[in-house]
Design a protein around this ligand. Structure first.
Ligand code: SF4
Length: 280
């Protein structure tokens, strides 16, 4: 039977997660965003433990957001009611790198930015954007990873490139209507399990131009693709939920046994496609 070409859904927008999926495996991008197939298999074993970790990650994000919106600490502390949540919450409240955040006047938790990109838009929902007193604009992203990824790996992720470049391109409303100078931007990954070891990524004009050019090229490639091939890197299939569609194995990979541990940890990323659905 001839393959039916996938089309882009009417509401489609590029995001860091869809671009990362395409970079990891074009077929995964097709199945997830064009064909809109729900995840049909546990991504990794042990499934229940990973599912709980994912839910706890989502709740932690909501606790952090409520805290930054001014909800009293004592009220939120009661909701950090699992061992992981309790530890993450304590780490969050006491983190020296986050001290004084709540007192800033320019504080934008869970803010969404978007800009046109090709025939579509590029959209990102940020855990927090903070404008500091010395007019730096800092993106914070909370990670509940069980292992601390290397900075080199984080630096190459599309999230790091999309979040900073989109802030520079479309964040002027957070800066009193003034254009944002890339040199004033920084992205900070704060790890709830490693509170004293955040990853910091400053930015500059050269990086911004390079990132935006790369985004234009990549999205043109995605839009004009005549097919979305399976990745040659079978390691990416070990924990991919679409294994059964691709005949790449039924049994999920075991996170602890995986060499690509940082990629495995990214399975627990909370992104805006999920967080709107959390009841809290
Ligand atoms: S199972 Fe492998 S080939 Fe199939 S979508 Fe996932 S990563 Fe791609």
């Amino acid at each position: 039977m001839p393959e039916i070409k996938s089309t882009f859904p009417a509401q489609f927008a590029f995001s860091q997660s869809s671009l990362q999926d395409y970079a990891d495996c074009p077929r995964r991008f097709q199945l997830r965003y064009l064909d809109q197939l729900i995840y049909p298999a546990a991504e990794s074993e042990p499934a229940l433990e990973n599912e709980r970790h994912l839910l706890e990650g989502q709740h932690f994000h909501r606790l952090a957001q409520q805290h930054l919106l001014g909800v009293p600490i004592e009220k939120l502390a009661r909701l950090a009611n699992t061992p992981n949540l309790g530890r993450w919450w304590e780490n969050f409240i006491n983190a020296k790198d986050l001290t004084g955040l709540r007192d800033l006047s320019g504080l934008y938790p869970e803010v969404t930015l978007s800009a046109p990109l090709g025939d579509f838009r590029l959209v990102a929902k940020y855990d927090l954007i903070a404008v500091t007193e010395d007019e730096k604009i800092v993106i914070y992203d909370w990670k509940t990873y069980r292992k601390r990824p290397r900075n080199e790996w984080l630096s190459a992720r599309w999230q790091t490139r999309v979040y900073r470049s989109l802030l520079a391109a479309a964040g002027s409303q957070l800066n009193g209507g003034r254009p944002i100078v890339p040199e004033r931007c920084e992205m900070v990954y704060w790890f709830s399990n490693f509170p004293d070891d955040p990853a910091r990524f400053p930015y500059n004009e050269v990086q911004y131009k390079r990132d935006w050019d790369a985004l234009v090229r990549l999205t043109e490639e995605i839009q004009s693709a005549s097919s979305y091939p399976l990745t040659d890197d079978r390691q990416k299939c070990a924990y991919c939920p679409y294994r059964s569609y691709c005949d790449r194995g039924i049994q999920a990979g075991n996170l602890d046994a995986m060499e690509a541990e940082a990629e495995a940890e990214s399975l627990f990323d909370v992104n805006f496609e999920q967080i709107g659905e959390i009841e809290f």
